[in-house]
Each structure stands twice: as structure tokens, then as C-alpha cells.
Design a protein around this ligand. Structure first.
Ligand code: FE2
Length: 477
């Protein structure tokens, strides 16, 4: 069968399928100097297109996982990318064509693979318990070698995880060396089962809670504080009968509410407090923290459907709604089931990150992609979550930024003292750069700019792992 990708907007320009695994030992320096105290590995994951889609259509969150390793070693920077060889990837490689159909709809797949996971391992890469895990929310993590990126296989934590999948947005607590994660639709497509897990520093499950969601909706990310976890439920809902008819995995239900489950970190299902409000949606949380009896959740909120390629249940058109960093405040002592809502920053932004040492704690620095324009260009914003004050760095003409990554100067450096890394898409040069910014001297531009002669097509999320953590398997304070 000929390999011919359809002429769809997703595959034009920067989004053209790349299908290349790369190895570059020593990236070229374009300007500045690589900081000598930047030592560790930055892992990222994103989708690429292995073969033309079965259905002739595609959405940007689908596609086979490519994991990326950018390794900083005393002024040298090496780059490697590898396909994550999921079961799905290998079956398609053997068949030399796509076998899996519409996004997360197994009923549209080739009959020979309907019982095989549709997971693509394309969303995030984390490092915990000495293991590199590449994630997609409808599958178990795939373990890959942290140096070669060779795929080792799916990882169920020695059988301790019985949920069918784990989130692509777990939280790693740098202070307790814990991995906190969850599963939505944990017993299969369209189920309301939720599972929550805490893995200890050795990667062993040592806390597990099961509960039911109000509906089988999207739960792409969650948030933790020092005392609690917060699960959001937005009315992009899965209907198994609709899937069997060949429909989309989610549909938008504008008349359903958004719900939030708040549970003590080491609590039980009967301790969950529920809050609800009007329909809204979000992919990503920036942070959450405690203030007295209140929990504040800073979230990139859409006042409507954040995924316009998932249609409304009543076929009403998807109204554009900008992603705005918003603070939702839940009072655990007030005996109410509603919450306060305040927009922090009126400038749209996405892919929010923090100094990871301050996840779950009061914080002063947030980072996100900002200033995205129709022509595909964008910059990086640094926001003060208390005041909403925003500084934006633009990478220059015909350029866009991928999700930023903060790197602390040392484990005990003050909050925000360190570097900000981003992959820059040079849209008119069919290649990428890596920009290293001083996170507190942001507006001056990169302290170093490194050239990637290849296009890093798209990466969603990633993780910085300090060299000492790669060596020891844990944070040692
Ligand atoms: Fe995400």
C-alpha cells in the first residue's frame, strides 16, 4: 500500500509528519553560553504520524508517541528522539499501515486489533523510582531506557495498578519523592470508575482509593496541595453507544455542570468533598495550594468547550473561548458546594508550569505559552499568580514556543531562581532551537540559544531531571 498522507490542515507546514528518529551528540551554539550549572536531562513527549490515518481525518492529540531526550552535561548538550514502540506501533509497523481508527474509538479500528490498547504514549515523559515512563491517559505508562530511549514495555507497577490506564499528568512531589497519579474511566471506556494512587520513592504503590465520577468525563489533569488532591470533571462526556456508532470519544454537554472532588492526600473515598459550578472546561492546572480552610486551584480555564473537535451534544456550534488563567477557591469549612472564581490574567495562555519544587505550595512564579497568534507564532509568559502581572518573551519572527520547563539553579535555590527552557519552532526554517532563559531576567532573552538541525514537530509535556536524581533515583535534600 502506498504511503500518502491526506492533505489536511494538521499535516501542512509545521505539522507535516516527520517520522524521523534523531541522534545528535553536541548541539551547535548559536549565541550566548551554556550555563555550567545546568546539568541533567530534559525529557519530552509528543505525537508524530507513523502512517496515514485509517479514517482520512486526524486531530492534533492523536499520533504515535515520540520521546525526546535533551541531555545537559557540563556545557555539552546532546539530543535524541525515539518512537515509543507501543503494542499499537509494532502491529502497525508489521502491517505497514494504520490499524487503529478514530481517536480512542476502538469500534473504528481494524477488527484484528480491537482488543489492543489504542494508547500512543504521546503526551508526557516523567522520571520516578529510577524509571523513565512515557504517558498517555488511555494506557499504562511505557517504560523506556533513560539513556537510549529504547522501549522496555508497559509498566503496571509490578501488578499493583489494576486500573486500565494512568493519567499523563501525574505529580511528582520533589520533597517526599512521591508520585501521585490517577486513572479516569479506569475500568474501560465510558465507565465512571476513578482510581487514585500514591507511589513511594521506590516506585511501590502505597496508597490507593477508588471512587465514582459524576459522569464519564474528561479528566486530563489534576492538582495536589500539601494536604489534599483535587480532581476536576468537565462535561466532555463519553457515551459507549455513541462510540459503537463510530462517534467521537467525547461530546460536549453544555447543560451539565463542572464538578470538583477534593480529598485528603492519604484519605478515603468517603472523605471526598464535592463542589460544582456552571459548565466550563480545562486541560491543564498550573498549581494548587492551601490558605486556611481554603484550597486555591489555578487553572487555565475555558468558559465553554476547550476541544472544538469534540462536538456539542445538541450540534450547536463551538463558541470560541480563550484559555484564561483563573483561580478557583474551594472552602472546605463553609459547608457549601459552590466555589469562588477569579480570572488571574486576562491574556490567554496554555501549557502552564511552575517551579516544580513549589507544586502544591503558595508560589510566586508561573510560566506558560502566551501571545499565540493566527500565524502560529507565540512566546513564553511569566505570570505572578497573586497580581496577574505578566512578562512575555517572544522568540522572534516566524517563531513559536513549546511548553516551558523551569530548572532550579540548585535544589535549595529560592523559588524562581534558575533557568527556563523551551523548544522554539522556527516556522520558516523547518527546524527548531532550544532557548535557555534566565527565569528571573526573562526579558533579556536567551542566555544561550542552541540549534537543532531537525524539526521537533510537536511535544506536549516533559520533565526536568537533575543529574543527581538520575544518579540516585530520588531527590536527596
Ligand atoms: Fe496535557
Amino acid at each position: 500500500m502506498e504511503i500518502v498522507f491526506p492533505d489536511i490542515p494538521l499535516y501542512r507546514g509545521w505539522g507535516a509528519p516527520l517520522r524521523v528518529e534523531s541522534d545528535i551528540r553536541g548541539l551547535e551554539l548559536i549565541e550566548g553560553a551554556i550555563p555550567a550549572d545546568l546539568n541533567g536531562t530534559w525529557y519530552r513527549a509528543g505525537p508524530d504520524r507513523q502512517y496515514p490515518p485509517m479514517t482520512g481525518e486526524d486531530i492534533f492529540i492523536d499520533g504515535e508517541g515520540m520521546v525526546h531526550r535533551i541531555h545537559f552535561d557540563n556545557g555539552h548538550v546532546d539530543y535524541r528522539s525515539r518512537w515509543v514502540r507501543t503494542r499499537r506501533f509494532e502491529l502497525q509497523e508489521q502491517a505497514r499501515r494504520s490499524l487503529f481508527g478514530r481517536y480512542r474509538n476502538r469500534y473504528t479500528s481494524d477488527p484484528s486489533v480491537r482488543d489492543v490498547s489504542m494508547g500512543t504514549a504521546n503526551t508526557n515523559a516523567i522520571y520516578h523510582g529510577g524509571k523513565l515512563l512515557v504517558l498517555k491517559e488511555d494506557d499504562l505508562p511505557y517504560q523506556c531506557d533513560p539513556v537510549t530511549l529504547d522501549t522496555i514495555g508497559p509498566w503496571d507497577f509490578e501488578g499493583a495498578v489494576t486500573a486500565q490506564a494512568l493519567s499523563a499528568h501525574p505529580k511528582i512531589d520533589w520533597h517526599r519523592n512521591e508520585l501521585l497519579t490517577y486513572s479516569h474511566q479506569a475500568r474501560g471506556d465510558g465507565t465512571t470508575d476513578m482510581a487514585f494512587y500514591i507511589m513511594n520513592a521506590d516506585g511501590k504503590v502505597d496508597h490507593e482509593v477508588w471512587f465514582h465520577a459524576p459522569y464519564p468525563g474528561v479528566v486530563h489533569d489534576f492538582a495536589v496541595t500539601d494536604t489534599h488532591v483535587i480532581f476536576p470533571f468537565f462535561p466532555l462526556i463519553t457515551d459507549l453507544n455513541h462510540l459503537k456508532e463510530g462517534g467521537t470519544f467525547y461530546r460536549w454537554y453544555p447543560n451539565e455542570k463542572a464538578h470538583f472532588a477534593v480529598m485528603p492526600r492519604r484519605g478515603t473515598a468517603d472523605q471526598i468533598q464535592w463542589f460544582s459550578g456552571p459548565a466550563c472546561s480545562a486541560g491543564h492546572m498550573m498549581n494548587a495550594f492551601n490558605e486556611g480552610s481554603q484550597l486555591h486551584l489555578d487553572i487555565v480555564l475555558y468558559d465553554g468547550n476547550c476541544f472544538p473537535f469534540f462536538p456539542s451534544i445538541d450540534n450547536s456550534p463551538c463558541e470560541p473561548c480563550p484559555p484564561l488563567l483563573t483561580r478557583l477557591s474551594f472552602d472546605l469549612a463553609a459547608g457549601r458546594d459552590d466555589y469562588e472564581r477569579r480570572v488571574i490574567c486576562q491574556v490567554p495562555g496554555e501549557m502552564p508550569r511552575t517551579d516544580d519544587r513549589f507544586q502544591g505550595k503558595p508560589y510566586n512564579y508561573g510560566f506558560m505559552i502566551c501571545g499565540r497568534k493566527e500565524d502560529g507564532t507565540s512566546g513564553i509568559g511569566r505570570v505572578d499568580p497573586q497580581t496577574g502581572a505578566l512578562s512575555i518573551w517572544h522568540p522572534g519572527p516566524a517563531s513559536a514556543c513549546q511548553e516551558p520547563q523551569f530548572v532550579p539553579r540548585s535544589l535549595d535555590a529560592p523559588e524562581g531562581d534558575g533557568y527556563l527552557l523551551t523548544i522554539v519552532n522556527r516556522l520558516d526554517q523547518n527546524r527548531s532551537d532550544i532557548a535557555i532563559l534566565d527565569a528571573r531576567d526573562f526579558e533579556r532573552g536567551p542566555v544561550a540559544l542552541l540549534k537543532l538541525p531537525v524539526r521537533v514537530r510537536s511535544t506536549f509535556h516533559g520533565t526536568w531531571v537533575p543529574q543527581s536524581v538520575l544518579a540516585n533515583g530520588r531527590f536527596e535534600w
